[in-house]
Ligand binder design. Structure first.
Ligand code: HEM
Length: 475
C-alpha cells in the first residue's frame, strides 16, 4: 500500500508512505502510541505532512493512538466505535478542541465554533432553512447557476484549459448567495476566495503550533489574517445592509437563513447582536461553499482518471434527464452519480479531520480519557482503513451500493461528521453537488491537463494546492 498526500493523475489514486513502511491499520492494544524519539519523529512528520503522518502513526500503532505532546494529550481515534461514542453516544462530554481557536478568531461564535446553549439555540434557529422540503426548493437555483456557468464556458473555445477548483468555488459561492442570503455574490468571488484561503491557512498554522503568537502582535501572518478578515467582514456587512434596506423599503422579509437570523428574538425580545449575526453569516458563507467546491473539483478530477466510471455516469444522466436540465425527481433517481460523489469524498474528504476535547473524564474503548484530552478523527485515514475498505486506494463507487454499505460499520464513513454536530448542510451539499455535476457532465468532458499533479493540501479543509488544471471539452 502506498500513502502520500501527493496524488498522481496517471495512477488509480495511489498512495504510499514516502518513507516506505506501513501496511495494515489494526485495532491497538490499550494505550499504544509512540514515545521518546519515535514520538518526536512522528510529531515532526505530522507537522510536515499531516495526511501521510497521521496515516503512518495509525498504521504503526492501531486505531486508538495516544501521543503526549508536552502538556497536551492527543488521541488519534480512527475507530468507528470510538467515533460513535465520542460524537454521538456521549457527545455532551466533549467540545470542539483548542485546535479550533484559530478558526474561532475568524468565525467567533458562529455555528461551527460555538458550544453549549448558544450553539443549541442558534442551530435550532438556522435548521429550518435546511429541512428536506426547503432544500428541494433550492434545486432550480443550483441548476440555473450551473447552466449559467456552462453557457459562459460554451461561449469560449473547445479545449479550454481552466482551474476547475477556481470555477467550482465561484459557482458554489454564487449559489450560497442566491439560496441562503437572497443576494448576488458572483462579482465578489475573486476577492473572497483568496481571503477565505488566507483565513484557513492562518487557522491551520495557529492550531498546529505548540507556542501560539498572540493574534494582536504585529507579525506578517497576523497582518495578512487581519486584512483577509476585513475583506470578509465587508462582505457580511454588505449582505446584511442590503437586506435591511430592502426591508426598510417595505420589501418581502423572505424565508431564507438571513430572514431567520434577523427575525430572531431572545426571551426579552432583543434581536441578535451585531457580532453574533456577523459570526453566523460569515460561518454559513464559508461552510456553505468551500467544502462543496472541493468535493466537486475532486470528483471531476477522479472521473477524469477513471473514464469507465465517467462514461457510466454520463449515460445515467442522459438516460434520466436527456438533454434537459434535471428536475428534483430526476436527480433523486441518479443513484450512480450519488455513489460517485460518496466515493470521491471517501478518497478525498473535503473535511479531512475534526477534533473534540473531553470536558470530563471518560472511557473510550477501554482507554482512560481524562478531562482536557483531545481526540482527533482523520477522515483521510479512516476512509482508507483496510478493515472496512477493500483495495482502499481504488476508485469504486459501487462500494456505496446499499447492500455493500450494510457490510460496513456505519461510522467507518463520516465525511459530514456525526451526532448532534453533524454538518447542517449535508443534504444541501449532496443535492447541490448532484445538480451541478448533472448539468456540467452532460455538457462537458473534463480532462486532467498534461503534466498536472494533484497535491491535496490539508488546511482546515482539504484543498487542491494551487488548484486543479483541467481541459474542458464540449460534448
Ligand atoms: C461536501 C460538502 C460539505 C462537507 C464535506 C461538510 C463537512 C462538515 C463536517 C465534517 C462538519 C462537522 C465538523 C465537526 O464535527 O467538527 C460540518 C459542520 C458544519 N457544516 Fe458542513 N460540510 C459540507 C457542506 C456544508 C454546507 C453546504 C453547509 C451550509 C450551507 C454547511 C454548514 C455546516 C455547518 C453550519 C456546520 C456546523 C454544524 C454544527 O456544529 O452544528 N456544510 N460540515
Amino acid at each position: 500500500m502506498r500513502l502520500s498526500s501527493d496524488l498522481s493523475p496517471t495512477a488509480s489514486l495511489p498512495s504510499s508512505p514516502r518513507s516506505g513502511s506501513p501496511t495494515r491499520v489494526s485495532r491497538s492494544a490499550p494505550d499504544a502510541g509512540p514515545t521518546g524519539l519515535s514520538l518526536l519523529r512522528h510529531h515532526l512528520r505530522i507537522l510536515r505532512d499531516p495526511l501521510a503522518g497521521i496515516h503512518e502513526v495509525t498504521a504503526r500503532y492501531g486505531s486508538m493512538v495516544r501521543m503526549d505532546w508536552g502538556p497536551f494529550v492527543f488521541w488519534l481515534a480512527n475507530d468507528p466505535d470510538a467515533i460513535k461514542h465520542v460524537l454521538v453516544d456521549n457527545a455532551k462530554a466533549y467540545h470542539k478542541s483548542r485546535n479550533y481557536d484559530g478558526l474561532r478568531l475568524a468565525l467567533g461564535k458562529g455555528l461551527v465554533t460555538s458550544e453549549g446553549e448558544l450553539w443549541r439555540a442558534q442551530r435550532k434557529l438556522v435548521a429550518p432553512a435546511f429541512t428536506p422540503a426547503r432544500i428541494q426548493r433550492y434545486v432550480p437555483a443550483f441548476v440555473k447557476a450551473a447552466e449559467d456557468a456552462a453557457d459562459g464556458w460554451r461561449a469560449g473555445t473547445d479545449r479550454s484549459r481552466t482551474d476547475v477548483h477556481h470555477d467550482m468555488m465561484a459557482l458554489t459561492f454564487r449559489i450560497v448567495g442566491h439560496t441562503l442570503f437572497g443576494t448576488e455574490l458572483g462579482a465578489d468571488a475573486d476577492r473572497i476566495g483568496p481571503a477565505f484561503e488566507e483565513v484557513l491557512r492562518f487557522a491551520e498554522d495557529y492550531s498546529m503550533s505548540l507556542v501560539r503568537i498572540p493574534h494582536r502582535w504585529p507579525t506578517p501572518a497576523n497582518y495578512r489574517f487581519d486584512r483577509a478578515l476585513a475583506t470578509l467582514d465587508a462582505l457580511v456587512e454588505r449582505i446584511v445592509r442590503e437586506r435591511r434596506e430592502r426591508l426598510a423599503r417595505g420589501g418581502d422579509a423572505g424565508e431564507d437563513v438571513l430572514a431567520a437570523l434577523l427575525a430572531a428574538r431572545d426571551e426579552s425580545g432583543r434581536e441578535m447582536d451585531a457580532r453574533q449575526l456577523r459570526d453566523e453569516v460569515l460561518t454559513l458563507v464559508g461552510a456553505g461553499h468551500e467544502t462543496t467546491a472541493n468535493a466537486l473539483s475532486f470528483t471531476l478530477y477522479l472521473l477524469s482518471l477513471h473514464p469507465h466510471w465517467e462514461r457510466r455516469v454520463v449515460e445515467e444522466i442522459r438516460g434520466i434527464s436527456g438533454e434537459r436540465s434535471p428536475s428534483m425527481e430526476e436527480l433523486g433517481r441518479m443513484s450512480l452519480l450519488e455513489r460517485v460523489i460518496e466515493e470521491s469524498m471517501r478518497l478525498l474528504p473535503p473535511v479531512w479531520g475534526f477534533e473534540r476535547q473531553a470536558q470530563e473524564d471518560d472511557v473510550v474503548l477501554g482507554r482512560r480519557i481524562d478531562k482536557g484530552h483531545i481526540l482527533g478523527v482523520s477522515t483521510w485515514t479512516l476512509h482508507r482503513m483496510p478493515e472496512y475498505w477493500e483495495n482502499p486506494e481504488g476508485f469504486d463507487p459501487d462500494r456505496f451500493l446499499p447492500e455493500r454499505k450494510k457490510e460496513r460499520p456505519r461510522f467507518a464513513y463520516v465525511p459530514f461528521g456525526a451526532g448532534p454536530r453533524i454538518c447542517l448542510g449535508a443534504s444541501f451539499a449532496m443535492l447541490e453537488a448532484k445538480a451541478i455535476l448533472a448539468v456540467l457532465l452532460r455538457r462537458f468532458r473534463f480532462e486532467v491537463a498534461s503534466g498536472y499533479r494533484l497535491v491535496p493540501e490539508p488546511l482546515v479543509t482539504l484543498r487542491p494546492k494551487g488548484g486543479i488544471a483541467m481541459v474542458r471539452h464540449f460534448r
